[in-house]
Design a protein around this ligand. Structure first.
Ligand SMILES: *[C@@H]1O[C@H](CO)[C@@H](O)[C@H](O)[C@H]1NC(C)=O
Ligand SMILES: *[C@@H]1O[C@H](CO)[C@@H](O)[C@H](O)[C@H]1NC(C)=O
Length: 147
């Protein structure tokens, strides 16, 4: 009787320990999957209603009074650059995204009023994620802080 009690008790212990471990593992996995790069962008060509593919985009940081180039990227077929920063955090500071808009429109035989477009913004490393999209046409553009 005593032996049976003990063994079912230890089975219960093992089971709850395993359940706990599974919980820890799945919490870790979902955290991994939720982690996005701290900065992403998306360029939409609103003159043709499609994502702007193959546009050169560069990321700069403003340090000691000058712009340091951090990364050069190209938008994918969905108009997105997701390799601007690595996963993890990015130091707080002033950053700039430079979009090569004229080069993009030239490939479409369209002249662009903007040789390139620069978007300068503050970035706080405590914030989880920044999305800085560009809505673009040859004669106008807009941007905003997205999520
Ligand atoms: C993007 O560039 C690649 C390689 O230069 C080319 O094959 C592809 O057709 C281009 N796509 C667009 C939408 O311009
Ligand atoms: C741009 O113009 C050239 C020369 O007329 C032509 O060969 C090419 O197909 C045009 N490209 C586009 C995207 O319209």
């Amino acid at each position: 009787m005593e032996y049976k009690k003990l063994s079912s008790f230890s089975l219960l212990c093992i089971a709850s320990l395993m359940a706990f471990r599974l919980q820890v593992i799945s919490a870790h996995l979902s955290k991994e999957m939720n982690s996005r790069p701290p900065l992403t962008t998306h360029v939409l060509d609103i003159s043709s209603g499609v994502p702007a593919a193959n546009m050169s985009v560069s990321l700069y940081q403003f340090t000691n009074g000058k712009w340091d180039l951090l990364k050069e990227s190209i938008t994918n077929t969905d108009g997105r650059c997701q390799d601007l920063t690595s996963r993890g955090s990015i130091p707080s500071g002033i950053y700039k995204l430079q979009f090569q808009t004229q080069q993009y429109f030239e490939r479409r035989n369209t002249s662009s009023f903007f040789p390139f477009v620069e978007v300068v913004f503050n970035l706080n490393s405590q914030q989880e994620h920044y999305h800085v999209p560009l809505l673009l046409s040859p004669y106008g553009y807009s941007t905003y802080r997205g999520s």
